[in-house]
Design a protein around this ligand. Structure first.
Ligand code: SAH
Length: 380
């Protein structure tokens, strides 16, 4: 069988491409399109033979796409217009312009792509952009399924609830099995993940003041429940055994420890949970991703007991016993399901690595979805 000809739009660092490689269906990415130079540099490093179009999608004429003879489109349009904490400007946000262009192109593509997979954030499902997408798909004769899923559903200890849409041209048909297939592939944890996003816990505090831990009993209980779910792997499976050598660069600096001690999301190697890693990881603390307790001698609970009554120096001494550190970019990539073959070019700084990873997706989740979407393909 001829390999599927795949167009990867908003390709970033190639999360979709890695998932495609992992899903076992013969396929070839015939073009990857993105405007971010750092992401493109990383993409090329990993997929040197994939044609990279470093230009904005809305500037590419229909004919250029038609020349590719596309069987499948994979895309993760910019999510900022739809995020829960953003302005939700949706279709009037400039960053949605290119996606509206894609929707405009879709009925004109020749041949029409047989498969589409789209990823976006939670919030997209209630947007006008999603309604326009659904309308276009219906008009073009696609069957489709929408699903909200987090990596915990494939046994990965990380919350990253995302919206996915899988579409097939009518003649391909979604088998009547598809719904149960999805449920089978993603059986658990949907309930946990609705509340998985880091809640904003900090009331406004004047500069320089220490913020105090404000974890509700429900949150503590939820974390305990997640940590005791044996269907989810432990964080230790994703750690980099070679990190010991340059661990120090990932330790949280004293200033961060003092200022943010009480809002850090702390996990340790035996945990079965972590919060979503976002593009601000390593730069901002609040809600950008979990930090790791790398010393086994101390207990978080004991360290935090009566902490606020201590002097700054004593507090710091206590906090230091936990040896709190950021996950390295390699470890974040592991948690996000990237294979060991994934690599960063050496000249990409650590903060940029976190940034592009934060924009990317969980490769294992997408891999599962592609298997469902293409399950009939190989037998046709
Ligand atoms: N799935 C990707 C990340 C997608 S994030 C991954 O695995 O890394 C969205 C991407 O869309 C960003 O990389 C951003 O640079 C790109 N982008 C945003 N607007 C664009 C446009 N108009 N044309 C092309 N790429 C665009």
């Amino acid at each position: 069988m001829e390999p599927l000809r795949v167009l990867e739009l908003y390709s970033g660092i190639g999360g979709m491409h890695f998932a495609l490689k992992g899903c076992g269906v013969p396929a070839q990415v015939v073009a990857a399109v993105d405007i971010n130079t750092t992401a493109n540099h990383i993409y090329k490093h990993n997929f040197p033979s994939t044609p990279m179009w470093s230009k904005s999608i809305e500037g590419i004429p229909l004919e250029d796409f038609n020349k590719l003879s596309i069987d499948m489109i994979l895309m993760s349009p910019p999510c900022q217009p739809f995020t829960r904490l953003g302005l939700k400007r949706d279709v009037v946000d400039q960053r949605t312009k290119s996606f509206l262009y894609v929707l405009d192109l879709l009925p004109k593509l020749s041949p029409p792509p047989r498969y589409i997979l789209l990823e976006n954030v939670k919030g997209f499902e209630e947007s006008c952009a999603r309604n326009q997408l659904v309308k276009t798909l219906n008009e073009c004769g696609y069957h489709f399924k929408e699903i909200m899923v987090s990596p915990t559903s494939v046994g990965i200890p990380n919350s990253r609830l995302r919206y996915f849409l899988m579409a097939k041209r009518s003649e391909e048909g979604f088998s009547t099995e598809t719904h149960s297939q999805i449920l089978e592939a993603f059986p658990l944890h949907m309930d946990l993940d609705v509340s998985e996003q880091p809640t904003v816990l900090t009331p406004f505090q004047p500069e320089g003041q220490v913020l105090y831990k404000l974890e509700t009993p429900e949150e503590v209980q939820r974390k305990q429940k997640q940590n005791s779910d044996p269907s989810i792997r432990q964080i230790q499976d994703f750690l980099d055994p070679d990190l010991d050598l340059d661990m120090d660069q990932y330790l949280l600096p004293p200033k961060t420890l003092l200022r943010y001690a009480n809002i850090l999301d702390i996990v340790w190697p035996s945990c079965r949970r972590s919060i979503c890693f976002t593009k601000g990881y390593g730069r901002y603390v609040e809600g950008t991703g979990s930090v790791l307790q790398s010393s086994s001698e101390a207990e978080v609970e004991q360290v935090y007991q009566g902490l606020e009554e201590l002097s700054e120096e004593q507090r710091l001494r206590r906090l230091h016993t936990l040896r709190l550190r950021y996950f390295s970019p390699r470890e974040v990539a592991n948690i996000m399901g990237f294979p060991q073959s994934f690599a960063f070019p050496e000249d990409v700084p650590v903060k940029q690595r976190y940034k592009v990873l934060g924009n990317s997706l969980n490769v294992e989740v997408v891999c599962k979805l592609l298997q469902i979407l293409l399950s009939q393909h190989t037998v046709l």
